[in-house]
Design a protein around this ligand. Structure first.
Ligand code: RB5
Length: 148
């Protein structure tokens, strides 16, 4: 992966700036879907932009940030093929990649400390999907998408 898409609302704006720096330091090309300041905006707009990019295959993986991470999770998981996972610690950052093949990391800027947000992001970027029985379970979710 050499490219990643990122988006946030106003509550996640500063975290987004911090993470863009981290991602660029790691050599990734970052597509920033906004928002672009701390003025109040509506999180679905940015969640949709990032989830659409991942769902259509334009970009393999993305990051979304809002105050709690909950609104962004709800909107992103409406899109086929998106597995958006809200992470608050190192354990969930690892497990969502190994078990769930997370393709969108969701973070809550108002509930998780900046240092932990960086740790979570690095773990999420570095951890591979384990496949096997976990793939069977993801296939069951894909079937739900196909049949609705
Ligand atoms: C914005 O005030 C807040 O509602 C939003 O950032 C997020 O937490 C929604 O789930």
């Amino acid at each position: 992966m050499n490219k990643i898409v990122i988006g946030s609302d106003h509550a996640g704006f500063e975290t987004k700036a911090m993470l863009i720096e981290l991602l660029e330091e790691r050599g990734l090309e970052v597509i920033d879907c906004g928002c672009y300041g701390t003025e109040s905006v509506n999180y679905p707009q940015y969640g949709i932009a990032v989830a659409e990019a991942v769902s259509t295959g334009k970009v393999e993986r993305g990051i979304l940030i809002c105050g709690t991470g909950i609104g962004m999770s709800i909107v992103a998981n409406k899109f086929d093929g998106v597995r958006a996972t809200l992470c608050k610690d190192e354990f969930t950052a690892n497990a969502c990649r190994e078990h769930n093949n997370s393709n969108i990391l969701v973070l809550g800027a108002r509930v998780t400390e900046p240092e932990m947000l960086k740790k979570i992001t690095n773990i999420w970027l570095d951890t591979e999907f384990a496949g096997g029985r976990h793939q069977t379970r993801l296939d069951m979710i894909t079937e739900v998408e196909k049949n609705r």
